[in-house]
Ligand binder design. Structure first.
Ligand SMILES: N#C/C(=C\c1ccncc1)C(=O)NCc1ccccc1
Length: 255
């Protein structure tokens, strides 16, 4: 009995160590010197009062919680050593808003960060619920924190919907896709249950991650819209939603 307990606790310890090293590794390679300098400057300007922990990590960026002078903030830091900047290439090089940037990694990542800020602003003014954009500085994007007391709102992926909530959430997502298209002239281009938060106070959707969003002038805009529609229909089919792809595409592109 004692022996087993000892083994268990040893296992727990090694698991904890692994977790810490994992977290350290993640945070290590996103906080390069130039990024730290910017964070330091932003904190001297009073824009960031205190940095919190990591909210989510992706291949190309990390999102951290931070305390702002008034509200809670989310700080999205794009990794300069990001390996997926090749993918960014496709989205940004054909975007008429960014044709003139030099084809080097840092400039692409800085342009991408500015693009996410611009896209959030356009989405917001079109009436789509997104985190309030604050500023973009090199590879750092500051936006409103969507959550409460350091706990981010859950992803749609992790939010079981009651029957009487499904239609409202689905219709709001479709309305936001329509507003993005007609008013903001944008396609999200990575829309899925992984990039929609649900505000638990009123079960309403919030679109996040618009770095890859493209204007309708982008040669692949319709293909990206088609993919977004397929993702949303696939997810809501589990709740019995049976809209057809063509039908939804028409609704989103309608006057
Ligand atoms: N923006 C954002 C996110 C959350 C968020 C939460 C609360 N308030 C604002 C934003 C987020 O997790 N994005 C996913 C992601 C994609 C790529 C790299 C890292 C993380």
């Amino acid at each position: 009995e004692k022996k087993i307990r000892r083994i268990d606790s040893a296992k727990d310890k090694s698991r904890a160590r692994e977790k810490d090293s994992e977290r350290l590794k993640v945070e290590e390679n996103v906080f390069d010197v130039s990024t730290l300098k910017i964070l330091y400057t932003l904190s001297n300007k009073g824009i960031i009062k205190a940095m919190g922990g990591s909210i989510s990590t992706g291949k190309e960026a990390n999102v951290f919680y931070a305390e702002g002078p008034e509200k809670e903030l989310a700080i999205k830091i794009y990794r300069i050593s990001s390996s997926t900047f090749k993918a960014m290439d496709t989205y940004i090089m054909k975007d008429p808003r960014f044709t003139n940037i030099r084809n080097n990694k840092r400039d692409i990542i800085f342009a991408w960060t500015r693009k996410e800020l611009q896209n959030l602003k356009r989405a917001k003014s079109a009436g789509v619920r997104v985190p309030e954009p604050v500023l973009a500085e090199k590879n750092i994007l500051i936006m409103e924190f969507m959550g409460e007391k350091e706990v981010p709102y859950p992803l749609l992926k992790n939010t079981p919907l009651e029957n009487d909530e499904v239609k409202l959430v689905y219709d709001t997502i479709v309305e936001y896709m329509h507003l993005l298209y007609k008013e903001a002239n944008l396609v999200h281009a990575d829309l899925s249950e992984y990039n929609i938060l649900i505000d638990p106070n009123n079960i309403t959707p919030i679109f996040i991650d618009m770095g890859q969003s493209v204007t309708l002038e982008h040669p692949n805009a319709r293909e990206f819209l088609y993919r977004d529609v397929k993702n949303i229909l696939r997810f809501f089919s589990r709740y019995g939603i049976k809209d057809k792809t063509e039908e939804l595409l028409k609704k989103i592109q309608a006057e």
